[in-house]
Design a protein around this ligand. Structure first.
Ligand code: PRP
Length: 179
């Protein structure tokens, strides 16, 4: 069960809320009159998205997409293995698009998805991620709006899972145990 895994709090809910508030202020300033399309990448971003949009509080559209990148373990699936499981269900041509991610790890997923969206010819395309793990970068991508930088530890909570577990935690925690 979940209680067998040793976790330590990396970012408290208060620290997360402060980061979300800061990001929302930046996004609000840039998109206030643009009726942007926010595309949240399922599943990990659902908690972040819910908090973020309530702080934005201006006209915008919310869409979802699902990509496959991680398998059942803690490692990325590797280059070339990313697939669109559920594509965006609206026409984004000519729209201002902001991708909302929970974590940029190797960067492979975001790089793949941004290129996928670019082919749909949005008016603009930017990336917002709650967290980034620079120690794991394989593909350098520009994160236009970044919340928190995380050390080289596997993190869970605030929507982020390990093997579908721990998404419910209100804080972001590091797994201290090995596999
Ligand atoms: C996570 C996260 C990113 C991706 C980042 O999703 O939401 O999409 O991994 O990893 P990368 O930078 O190494 O490509 P995951 O595949 O775990 O799915 P989930 O959001 O449904 O948990």
């Amino acid at each position: 069960m979940d209680s067998e895994i040793k976790l330590s709090v990396l970012f408290t809910r208060e620290q997360i809320a402060a980061a979300v508030k800061r990001l929302a202020a930046e996004i609000r300033r840039d998109y206030l009159d643009k009726n942007p399309v926010l595309i949240a990448v399922l599943k990990g971003s659902f908690v972040f998205l819910a908090d973020l949009v309530r702080q934005l509080n201006f006209p915008l559209q919310i869409e979802f997409a699902q990509l496959s990148s991680y398998g059942r373990g803690r490692e990325s699936a590797g280059k070339g293995k990313i697939k669109v499981v559920q594509d965006v269900k609206t026409d984004i041509k000519g729209r201002h698009v902001l991708v909302v991610e929970d974590i940029i790890d190797t960067g492979l997923t975001a790089a793949f998805f941004l290129e996928h969206l670019r082919q749909k010819q949005p008016a603009s395309l930017k990336l917002c991620s709650l967290t980034d793990k620079p120690s794991r970068t394989q593909v350098k991508i520009n994160i236009d709006y970044l919340g928190l930088t995380v050390p080289d530890k596997f993190i869970v909570g605030y929507g982020i899972d390990w093997d579908e577990r721990f998404r419910y935690l209100p804080d972001i925690c590091a797994i201290e145990d090995g596999d």
